[in-house]
Design a protein around this ligand. Structure first.
Ligand code: SF4
Ligand code: SF4
Length: 497
């Protein structure tokens, strides 16, 4: 039989061979339902979902989180309407491959900058998580903010605190229950519709979204489909899926175990101070209690009752913990009542609790910072050197070289010019090497509208004396306002000698 009782979390037992597995199948170690490591808090013994009824919480951290969430919600809902230099604050228009961050437009041609920015973001997350754990999840993650600060509060307002909710869910379907559920889910769906539309406006822009709303439905079937899909998705998440999203879906949560270490600041239970836990006897003074060798935890379980993921923080750091601080507030309120100092559950590192060590700048953290500095420098240089105009040249598909009546040869090209600025941009193309002529077909000159791409047919003619056998390298200068913006290289195809 495989004995896993002595393994640490990082050790994996070797896979048993088929014969051993067959022999062992009758003696697989049963799940110990008393051991939190053997099962997750939100599933029962048959593997079915256990619905969480977290108790209402109040306290200083909840107050601070509430204020902060109002700020974040204002940014989230107001973001699509904020413009910088005429451009949106944030736009991730994947269908049109147009991305705007802080008013700066990034085109597919800027993908390398985008990739480096993503790397900077990821390394930033790693450093932040190594130092502060899942601070983001508890304070700023849209899932937590919307769930705990919006949907959960509505639920409390309609169905009451955890005991009333439990009672209502187990009660028969009376008129009172139906009306409460109807009102709650109606508001949940309406809010999910708003949230889904806000997300959509970050993808297509609020003007497009408004157009979808006011135009006849038949004109925007795809857009309406997305509106409905996003609304149903958010309704499903906030009405039913809830903490399961953080436990099973969120990749950030799943990676925290490889990012945190003994110096990471987390919501943690001070087991040195709290153990041995035991109830506070009537009339017992707190100081007397300590003299008997009992710790400060009075085993009231309030920290478990308020936890939205159903875990007991006294068991130590757990994957499900979203660092929401509810257990800190709950425990502080208990400590206040019994006259003990606050902070039995607090923000602390394992070393801080075990050895009373302050936060240390570890070699691992130093390594992350060096990587971050290099990437940030590269990103800064790329942004600094980023041109306002980006042009590409390709030989016109299917075209052959031609010989003109005067003996010169011509090739036809397609030149695409992207104007990354918010102003109209006149662009001039000059053939710099070898000597020859360059003409923009049709309009004769190129003027690119703000944030648009202009596609132009360009005819280049060379004298046979300037040509090499087969392919002749060409250098084309791209100018705007007399200033050279870019140099394009291509080749001119001619006859082989
Ligand atoms: S709230 Fe505090 S005192 Fe109560 S069980 Fe949790 S850790 Fe112990
Ligand atoms: S253990 Fe505490 S901080 Fe973690 S999710 Fe539960 S209540 Fe929030």
């Amino acid at each position: 039989m495989l004995d896993v009782s002595n393994l640490t979390v990082n050790e994996v037992p070797p896979a048993p061979d088929k014969d051993t597995a067959a022999a062992d199948s009758s003696s697989v170690k049963p799940v110990d339902w008393q051991d939190f490591r053997d099962h997750i808090a939100t599933a029962d013994q048959s593997g079915r979902r256990k619905w969480m009824y977290p108790r209402k919480v109040s306290g200083r951290f909840f107050r601070w989180r509430t204020w902060f969430s109002w700020l974040l919600l204002a940014v989230m809902f107001g973001g699509p309407f904020v413009t910088i230099g005429g451009n949106p604050l944030l736009l991730m228009n994947i269908p049109e491959r147009k991305f705007v961050v802080l008013g700066q437009i990034f085109w597919p041609q800027d993908m390398i900058i985008f990739a480096v920015a993503l790397l900077v973001f990821l390394v930033g997350i790693i450093i932040f998580t190594t130092v502060f754990g899942r601070l983001w999840c508890g304070w700023a993650c849209p899932q937590t903010v919307m769930m705990e600060m919006v949907f959960r509060k509505i639920e409390y307002a309609i169905e009451g605190d955890a005991p009333s909710q439990r009672e209502l869910n187990h009660a028969p379907w009376t008129g009172r229950k139906i009306s409460k559920k109807f009102v709650k889910h109606g508001i949940f769906f309406a809010l999910s519709f708003v949230v889904g539309n806000v997300l959509l406006s970050y993808i297509i822009g609020w003007r497009e979204l408004y157009q979808i709303i006011i135009d006849p439905p038949a004109k925007h079937l795809a857009g309406l489909g997305f509106m409905l899909a996003f609304s149903l998705l958010f309704y499903g998440i906030f009405a039913r899926f809830r903490e399961q999203a953080c436990t099973f879906i969120c990749p950030y949560g799943r990676h925290q175990s490889v990012l945190v270490d003994e110096n990471t600041i987390l919501v943690a239970y001070d087991h040195k101070r709290g153990e041995n836990r035991g109830p506070l006897r009537r009339g017992q003074k707190f100081t007397e209690r300590r003299q008997t060798g009992t710790g400060d935890c009075v085993a009231c379980n309030l920290c478990v009752a308020v936890c939205p993921t159903g875990i007991d923080i006294r068991n130590g750091v757990q994957m499900e913990c979203v660092q929401c601080t509810a257990c800190i507030d709950a425990c502080d309120s208990v400590m206040d009542k019994i006259g003990a100092p606050r902070g039995l559950i607090r923000y602390a590192s394992l070393n801080g609790i075990e050895r009373r060590e302050p936060l240390r700048f570890t070699p691992r953290l130093a390594g992350y910072c060096v990587v971050m500095a290099v990437l940030a420098t590269v990103l800064g240089l790329m942004l600094f050197m980023r041109s306002d105009v980006e042009a590409t040249v390709l030989r016109a598909p299917g075209s052959m070289f031609q010989q003109m009546p005067d003996g010169r040869f011509s090739n036809l090209y397609t030149v695409r010019v992207v104007n990354k600025t918010s102003r109209e941009m006149p662009v001039e193309l000059k053939l710099e090497n070898p000597a020859g002529s360059l003409a923009v077909m049709g309009q004769g000159s190129i003027v690119v509208a703000p944030q648009k791409l202009s596609e132009n047919s360009v005819l280049i003619e060379l004298d046979p004396a300037a040509m090499k056998s087969g392919a002749t390298p060409l250098v084309i200068g791209v100018y705007s306002g007399g200033k050279k913006m870019q140099t394009l290289k291509t080749s001119f195809i001619g006859p082989r000698n």
